[in-house]
Structure formats: structure tokens, C-alpha cells
Design a protein around this ligand. Structure first.
Ligand SMILES: C[S@@+](CC[C@H](N)C(=O)[O-])C[C@H]1O[C@@H](n2cnc3c(N)ncnc32)[C@H](O)[C@@H]1O
Length: 223
């Protein structure tokens, strides 16, 4: 299956996939909002968030969703007519499991873009991800390298505050940063009925396009 996808990469064995899929119990949960931390930072993205991206960005060619989770983003991308290759380090019953994005050295098949909501924290990747801001930077740099090789596009859903970090700002500015799409409505990751708490963070899509003219600043959009 992985060869069919054109992923000449480390294929994880069953125990490793199970370990990547099991929940990580953490005291206090995600940012003390009362939720137990999900397994390997698994949070399904509401469809409106992907819709907002697709309203503003046209992707060239097939799209790779390398952290597909249960397919929340992939399903919206497909519904918009995109051919989508979906992989994840864990097995969440969607796409191809056991694919560690950080170990991938090529974009699969004929994909021309990467679109995902990456993990914000520890993922169990053997290549190592620890603190969320550093993990995001590693993820961004790796995704940037992979998309450069195909002169492709990259869209990552990140916390708005993360963009303002010095290293994140430097890394993004050094790349072909084409747009930032700020979501003015906070994402409610879980619906716990009466127990649902107000989401703490605002999010934004950061978009890179290796054909973006050098020196042209990124567009800033609000949705
Ligand atoms: C925040 S969830 C997002 C799921 C999906 N993209 C969505 O938006 O609904 C992050 C996903 O990344 C996966 N993941 C974490 N580390 C990974 C890695 N190194 N390679 C591939 N997938 C990874 C997790 O298993 C999880 O399903």
C-alpha cells in the first residue's frame, strides 16, 4: 500500500502503530480546559475551517493530508473535487496508518500540495517531537522542504499566537509565505454539551506557495 502511494519510507510495524494510536493521559488536559489530552494530539477539525481555506486558496494537483486523523479535512478536500492522499502515524480508521510524516523524504505519488492540521505537541514520532512550539517549527520546516522539491503549496492550521513567536516568524518569512487566513471564530474542538468550555485559542491557516513571487508579502485575510 505504501509503495502504491509512492512513499519510500520507514513503515511502522503493528506495535508501533498501536503505540502511536493509544491515548496519552495527561493531568489537566489540553491547556487546562478540562479535556483529557487526546491520543497523539488528535483533534478533528470542524469542516467550516477547511471550507474557509478552500474559499481563498486554489490548490494545484492532488493534495496530501499527512496527519489525516479520522479524515475530517480529507473528506472536505475530496468533496471539493481534490484527489487526496491521506496518511497518519496512528490508526484512526481512515487513510493509511503507520506513516510518520517526519520520516517521509518525498511527497507521495503526484501530490502537489500538503494540507493539514498538524499535531501541536508530543506525537510519539521516533524522530522526536516534544514542546509544541518546537514541534510545530520542525513540522513546518520539514513540510517546507518537501513542498519545495515539487514547487508545491503548503497550508497548515496553527494557533494564531504561534505565528508571533520569533523563530516561527523568521522561518515563515524565509519561506514562500503567500497568505495568512485568520479564523475570527474560535474553534470548538469538542462538544461536551453543558460542560463545553469556551475555546482559548484563535487559529489561522498559514499558506506557502513555492511559486509565490520573491519579495511579495503574504496576503492577510479574515474569515
Ligand atoms: C490535530 S490532529 C488533526 C487530524 C486531522 N488533520 C484533522 O484536522 O481533523 C493531528 C493528527 O496528527 C497525527 N500525527 C501526529 N504525529 C504525526 C506524525 N509524526 N506523522 C503523521 N501523523 C502524525 C495524529 O495521529 C493526529 O491524528
Amino acid at each position: 500500500m505504501l509503495e502504491q502511494l509512492g512513499l519510500p519510507i520507514v513503515t511502522m510495524d503493528e506495535p508501533a502503530i498501536r503505540a502511536a494510536t493509544e491515548p496519552v493521559a495527561r493531568r489537566g488536559g489540553i491547556h487546562n480546559s478540562g479535556y483529557e489530552r487526546q491520543s497523539r494530539d488528535f483533534y478533528a477539525t470542524p469542516s467550516r475551517v477547511t471550507e474557509a481555506l478552500l474559499k481563498h486558496v486554489k490548490f494545484r494537483g492532488p493534495v496530501w493530508e499527512p496527519c489525516c486523523g479520522d479524515g475530517a479535512m480529507s473528506t472536505v478536500l475530496s468533496a471539493h473535487g481534490h484527489e487526496v492522499v491521506s496518511t497518519d502515524i496512528a490508526d484512526r480508521g481512515f487513510g493509511t496508518p503507520g506513516v510518520d510524516f517526519l520520516a517521509c523524504r518525498e511527497v507521495p505519488g503526484n501530490c502537489r500540495s500538503i494540507v493539514t492540521n498538524p499535531p501541536y505537541g508530543d506525537t510519539g514520532s521516533p524522530t522526536g517531537q516534544s514542546k509544541s512550539s518546537v514541534a510545530m517549527l520542525d513540522f513546518l520546516q520539514h513540510a517546507m522542504t518537501l513542498t519545495e522539491s515539487i514547487q508545491g503549496q503548503l497550508a497548515l492550521l496553527v494557533r494564531l499566537q504561534w505565528i508571533a513567536g520569533k523563530r516561527a516568524a523568521q522561518t515563515m518569512s524565509a519561506g514562500p509565505f503567500s497568505a495568512v487566513i485568520v479564523l475570527t471564530k474560535r474553534i470548538q474542538w469538542f462538544d461536551l454539551g453543558d460542560q463545553t468550555k469556551t475555546a482559548q485559542h484563535h487559529h489561522a491557516w498559514v499558506v506557502f506557495d513555492h511559486t509565490h513571487p520573491t519579495g511579495q508579502p503574504p496576503a492577510m485575510l479574515f474569515v
